[in-house]
Design a protein around this ligand. Structure first.
Ligand code: FMN
Length: 325
């Protein structure tokens, strides 16, 4: 399939694996890229820029296809040395960077003058337009269904994607709630040039994380995510568990006086415990409503091949068939 995104990123299929903390390691990124999509290494999961350089080198040993790096500018206790992470990205000859969180403008010129394409992840049309105005090459439009940080507007993709299509000139991919061929064809129908998946790629053979996390996603339904940290304007969609129940109890008790310090036990240092050790009740970790559509743990190649094959069937048989009738 050829779209503005496959052309821009030099990939075979319009499918991107979004950056994911403690999931987006070299093994997963390389597997997605080898399957013809775009795999993304999560920059800040690597504790130092030197570690990121090593992770990029590891991915390079596993694939000669394009790979991306995610750089998230979310609230953190101590700002990471972003320019040094960008050094590692440039030296690693990365061709695509997924930015997220806040406005990445100050970091763009250094990357774009090296030919790096910037996809900024946005949860609203106004942020997408801002990304276009500051010169981002594409946006990933992340609906309210998404795992991770859906923003504070709560607009689901059935509305957000056509709104983005009406307003944007740069290409965009649909993100949030995407799982299969139906998601891809629907996203294309609504004006997107491809799709970005997070949660779906966690439940794959190559995601180098604890088996219990993959099984928890397969076991979960669309009813099993919760929104936390709303009161802090840092809303995150997470899979419910005992740690999340504890966190929500604190939110109920403390109401508007809740501070981040009150919920440290449930949000700090949770990812390595969950993803590496399989401690499923450790606290809040991102997961999308799309868990309800995930019933297996395929290889990335089987997943992407089946999406592309079924998408072709949907377009040629189901949609064209309806016209013929
Ligand atoms: C476990 C997990 C960790 C994530 N970590 C990040 C991150 O570090 N940076 C980022 O920009 N997005 C992060 N995301 C968001 C994804 O890149 C993607 O936008 C989102 O998962 C799309 O929604 P979906 O899960 O419904 O596919 C994370 C998502 C998940 C599920």
């Amino acid at each position: 399939m050829k779209t503005r995104i496959t052309e821009m990123l030099n990939i075979e299929h319009p499918i991107i694996q979004g950056g994911m903390h403690y999931v987006g390691f070299a093994e997963l990124a390389a597997a997605v890229s080898n399957a013809g999509g775009l795999g993304i290494i999560t920059g800040l999961t690597q504790k130092t820029p030197e570690d990121l350089a090593k992770e990029i080198a590891k991915a390079r040993d596993l694939t000669d296809k394009p790979i991306g790096v995610n750089l998230s500018f979310l609230p953190s206790f101590k700002a990471p040395p972003y320019q040094e992470y960008i050094d590692a990205i440039i030296e690693g000859e990365i061709t695509v960077v997924e930015t997220a969180g806040r406005n990445p403008q100050e970091y763009l010129p250094r990357m774009q003058e090296k030919g790096i394409k910037i996809i900024h992840k946005c949860t609203s049309v106004r942020h997408s337009l801002k990304a276009e105005a500051i010169g981002c090459d594409a946006v990933s439009v992340d609906g309210f269904e998404c795992g991770g940080h859906p923003g504070e507007d709560d607009i689901p993709n059935m509305i957000l994607l056509p709104r983005a299509a009406d307003e944007l000139k740069i290409p965009f991919v649909a993100s949030g709630g995407m799982a299969d061929a139906r998601s891809l064809v629907a996203a294309l129908a609504m004006g997107a040039e491809g799709m970005n998946m997070g949660t779906r790629f966690i439940a794959t053979q190559e995601a180098p994380i604890h088996q219990k996390v993959k099984e928890a996603i397969v076991a979960a339904s669309e009813l099993d995510t919760r929104l936390v940290m709303r009161g802090l304007r840092n809303t995150e969609r997470v899979l419910n568990n005992a740690g999340v129940e504890r966190l929500m109890e604190k939110e109920r008790e403390l109401g508007s006086s809740l501070k981040i310090d009150d919920i440290m036990d449930e949000v700090m240092g949770v990812y390595p415990k969950v993803m590496l050790e399989g401690d499923m009740d450790a606290g809040a970790w991102s997961c999308g409503m799309v868990a309800g559509l995930i019933h297996d743990i395929p290889t990335c190649k089987d997943l992407i091949d089946s999406i592309m094959e079924e998408a072709e069937g949907l377009i040629r048989a189901r949609l064209e068939g309806m016209l013929a009738a």
